[in-house]
Design a protein around this ligand. Structure first.
Ligand SMILES: [Cu+2]
Length: 186
């Protein structure tokens, strides 16, 4: 004979299970709304740092198919006290960085690339060294779609992956130089 208490509880347990599934269904998409709405990311990378370096830079491609402009307004990461969105400009023959204060707009149906020598995420007051092949979660906030947290790979030579031999070699030399320049400029 079945335990009468179990028999009695069973309909309630089923209700709770159904409610739990319903809640996951309700809240799940809200957390991932940027991606489910059509915001995609590629080549998310952080520049590896020497020990005790105060700053690093982050790069990625943002692909917007959400049907409206999405503006990247802030970034945060567990390894840095603060982060800014930067761009570069020529000033008296020297490349200088400045903060994009109103955020970086990504128009609908466009891809915006944050890449070495151009726009980048600037991570400041690092509390640890970023070592090659480490992976860190970085949170990006977009208006209007909200926050996205995605993995960034630490690499010594950030950039798009090229397979063309000549460009590749040239690119490496160029980027190696950037690396040193970047570290010294902070
Ligand atoms: Cu910068």
């Amino acid at each position: 004979m079945a335990n009468p208490i179990i028999l009695y509880l069973r309909p309630f347990l089923q209700c709770w299970a159904a409610l739990a599934v319903f809640l996951v269904f309700l809240t799940g998409p809200a957390f991932a709304s940027c991606q489910t709405d059509g915001l995609k990311f590629d080549h998310a990378q952080l520049r590896a740092t020497p020990p005790n370096a105060p700053v690093s830079a982050g790069y990625l491609q943002i692909i917007n198919t959400t049907g409206q402009t999405q503006t990247l307004v802030s970034a945060s990461a567990p390894f840095a006290k603060r982060a800014e969105i930067h761009d570069m400009k020529h000033d008296s023959g020297v490349m200088k960085m400045y903060e994009i204060e109103r955020g970086l707009a990504v128009p609908d149906r466009q891809t915006v690339a944050l890449m070495p020598k151009g726009r980048h995420l600037m991570f400041m007051d690092l509390d640890r060294q970023l070592k090659e092949d480490d992976i860190f979660s970085v949170t990006l906030e977009f208006v209007p779609c909200g926050r996205v947290t995605l993995p960034f790979h630490v690499t010594r030579l950030p950039g798009l992956v090229h397979t063309h031999g000549e460009t590749h070699t040239k690119g490496h030399k160029q980027k190696d130089h950037d690396h040193k320049q970047h570290d010294h400029s902070h």
